[in-house]
Design a binder for this molecule. Structure first.
Ligand SMILES: [Zn+2]
Length: 419
């Protein structure tokens, strides 16, 4: 993990977090019983004793997310019971920590079900219910079908997906920390400590600013941490910093009651990202879709009043037009072609364009922190059915495939294949 020093300095110098009063923050801890290099059962218990002590010191009621397939010994069960004793809640984080985007729906649902049955047994013995699931890698599936399948499976069991708003890379420090300790390398350990705190602070500020910008107010946050040895040495300093920067540790029910968590968007992506990224992307798509539909409506209206110039003005300068009669290149040539083929208003008739499907074109980017994030929507492809209703001649209709790019702030058709 390397942070660019200048950007880091700017983010850490920003006073915005200090100015906020008492922002509710839920601490969630993934990969119980332990993330990171293998540790023996005694070591695992020792690490959790420290983690639980720090949580208690800061009066934190956390949610721990359990990978049930890693609960293999009595010591692991004692760890989970110690979390419940400490007033924390346990949720499921699957049985084998699969990546949904590379797993079939059936295999994934079976894994989730196996974990549910196991963890519910442990919780029932304590009079508790299983209420939350956390997707490994925050990956909710790379197809809409997968996303919907898990949403209904969770709903059928009364389980809620517990999102993350502050995604962090805390897990990436686990191995370097343990290796430094095992080597007795104090200098390397110090480097990990400094980078851990810097990286976590930058993540907190980045994601909080994002959430606040989306909702126009201070948003409650859900912080992602992992159960690991580096956490046992670093959480105390992290939580002390959070308290000093206007945060108040809140319980899961209080935080999830905020309207920001009411309606998670259907975000289909082969990677896991913060809830704020999901909401931001969904809003951007809603905007883009409306803008593009506007372009089509403007175009249809222009055609129907016989204004071929206005109709062609939404083509990009270098647009390509493909039809059964061949290829036309450039807006001027497209305009010329339309003029020749439809010389009069009665030839043109009234145009309607019915959208069959519309797809956003975008891709993953990697943030400064090493997280993958959705890029902005830079293009839209559309399949539409066109119809020309003509008074004195035969009506015409066909299909078209349009590709629009955002050029100079406006959507322009760059490719048109009409048949
Ligand atoms: Zn995990």
């Amino acid at each position: 993990m390397k942070l660019r020093p200048l950007l880091l300095a700017v983010l850490l110098a920003c006073p915005s977090v200090h100015a906020e009063a008492s922002r509710p923050l839920l601490v969630t801890v993934d990969d119980l019983p332990l993330q990171g290099p293998p540790a023996d059962a005694g070591e695992r218990e020792r690490i959790h004793k420290d983690l639980l002590w720090i949580l208690a010191k800061h009066r934190i009621h956390a949610v721990g997310l359990v990978v049930w397939g890693r609960v293999t010994t009595d010591a692991d069960r004692r760890i989970l019971n110690a979390w419940l004793d400490g007033g924390h809640e346990l949720g499921s984080h699957s049985f084998s920590h699969p990546d949904y985007s590379t797993t079939s729906i059936d295999a994934y649902l079976a894994d989730v079900e196996k974990a549910r049955a196991g963890l519910e047994g442990l919780l029932a013995a304590r009079g508790k219910k299983l209420r939350f699931y956390r997707f490994p890698y925050l990956d909710e599936g790379n197809t809409r079908e997968k996303l919907v399948a898990m949403r209904s499976a969770l709903a059928a069991n009364g389980i809620r997906n517990l999102p993350v708003t502050i995604d962090t890379q805390d897990w990436s420090f686990a191995a370097p920390w343990t290796e430094a300790r095992e080597r007795g390398d104090e200098e390397a350990g110090n480097r990990v400590r400094v980078e851990y705190q810097d990286a976590l602070r930058v993540s907190v500020r980045h994601h909080e600013r994002h959430g606040d910008a989306l909702f126009g107010r201070a948003t409650p946050q859900i912080l992602l941490l992992h159960a690991n040895e580096v956490g046992a040495s670093q959480w105390d300093a992290l939580f002390t910093w959070l308290e000093a920067t206007g945060h108040r540790f809140a319980g899961v029910d209080e935080v999830l009651a905020d309207p920001a968590f009411a309606d998670p968007p259907e975000f289909v992506y082969a990677r896991g990202v913060s809830l704020w990224d999901r909401i931001d992307h969904a809003r951007e798509w809603t905007r883009a879709e409306a803008e593009v539909r506007d372009v089509l409506a403007t175009q249809s209206a222009a055609w129907s009043r016989g204004d071929v110039d206005a109709f062609c003005s939404v083509y990009a300068e270098d647009a390509s037009f493909v039809s059964p009669t061949g290829l036309t290149e450039g807006r001027a040539a497209v305009l010329d072609r339309y003029r020749k083929r439809y010389p009069t208003a009665s030839d043109m008739g009234r145009l309607t364009l019915d959208v069959v499907e519309m797809r956003p074109v975008w891709g993953p980017e990697v943030s400064m922190l090493g997280d993958s994030v959705p890029s902005s929507i830079h293009a839209v492809s559309i399949v539409a059915r066109w119809k020309l209703a003509r008074a004195d001649q035969q009506d015409l209709s066909g299909l078209t495939l349009l590709v629009l790019h955002r050029i100079g702030g406006a959507w322009r058709i760059v490719q048109d294949a009409s048949m």
